[in-house]
Design a protein around this ligand. Structure first.
Ligand code: NAP
Length: 290
């Protein structure tokens, strides 16, 4: 699958928000914030957007705000309504007033006027009801179109949703890759049932799925069949459920192009069965996080 000939076309409903998003977006954690690789990182983000990967994921935590600044620079000049910008509040800042203030700081760094999606990064010690009230206030103020959570167990996700009165809980962003399929037990079914999108972070799992040669061969065989690459097959497997979106991070143009093309790859039942056998789901346990 040549990256320049396959433009990402795989848009799907993002939970109950009423918007359609590309199944594959772009993460930004650990993007170079300075030095020789910065230019390539900016180019990679822009190339991803050109290819349809307009869902951009950041967090105030990344580089203590510097990644939001980098992203703001990378998207300068691109019409705002072409982009879907997500960022996250740190749990330590997630009191009612702290959340409102953190969102303002993120909007200023991103220079994006408003956020599309604002998430609580992980469950913390601030009262969840207050954080959710602040997130809903941001929607009322036009500062964020949608709100969600990250690293929430199914029960915590349901509790978070119960505090929202006027806006749906758009998503739960969680760890999901071939070697970590725990969310398939509870989080994914609970989200699916309630119209909450699941956003898969670290979809390449730090490359662990490519290290065992026997398991890599399974991916390679599927990849050969579709004229694709093993990473494209891995991404296609994760987004096979209508509720799941993936946000691989790539600071190199070639990587972004490879990832974008995965959006046009559809696996058949034999492919899914082969991958399922090589990378079993495992037993249910507490939600895995990074
Ligand atoms: P990842 O996307 O699974 O992997 C990123 C690594 O894979 C980078 O080293 C990247 O290299 C490499 N890569 C990407 N595409 C490639 C390709 N086609 N071929 C070869 N290598 C490739 O890991 P992640 O950054 O941890 O997760 C993705 C995003 O999820 C983050 O950036 C962040 O936005 C989000 N996230 C959220 C949470 C949370 O708690 N909510 C936690 C972790 C991550 P290059 O950069 O050199 O291209």
């Amino acid at each position: 699958m040549r990256p320049d000939t396959k433009i990402l076309s795989f848009f799907k409903a993002f939970g109950a928000t009423g918007v359609e998003l590309p199944a594959i977006g772009q993460g930004t954690w650990n993007m170079p914030e300075s030095g020789p690789h910065l230019k390539e990182a900016r180019r990679a983000i822009r190339r991803g957007i050109e290819l349809g990967m307009t869902h951009l994921d950041a967090a105030e935590m990344y580089g203590a705000g510097r990644v939001e600044t980098l992203l703001g620079e990378a998207i300068r000049g691109i019409p705002r309504d072409r982009l879907f910008i997500t960022t996250k509040v740190l749990p330590t800042n997630a009191s009612f007033h702290g959340t409102l203030a953190a969102a303002e700081r993120s909007i200023a760094r991103l220079r994006c006027e408003y956020l599309d999606l604002y998430l609580l990064h992980w469950p913390g010690s601030q009262p969840l009801s207050e954080t959710m009230r602040a997130l809903e206030t941001l929607v009322e103020q036009g500062k964020s179109r949608f709100v969600g959570v990250s690293n929430f167990e199914a029960s915590e996700m349901i509790e978070a949703a119960s505090f929202l009165r006027k806006t749906p809980l758009a998503c739960n962003q969680v760890l999901y890759h071939l070697d970590e399929r725990g969310i398939e037990h509870y989080v994914l079914p609970a989200a699916r049932e309630r119209g909450i999108a699941v956003v898969a972070y670290t979809p390449f799992g730090r490359g662990s799925f490519l290290r065992s040669s026997a398991r890599r061969e399974v991916l390679e065989a599927v990849a050969r069949k579709h004229a694709a690459t093993p990473r494209q097959v891995a991404l296609a497997f994760l987004i096979r459920d209508a509720s799941v979106f993936a946000i691989p991070k790539a600071a190199q143009v070639a990587h972004v192009e490879e990832n974008a093309a995965a959006g046009a790859l559809t696996l058949d039942v034999d492919d899914v069965a082969a991958i399922d056998a090589a990378f079993p789901r495992g037993s249910a346990g507490p939600l895995a996080t990074l």
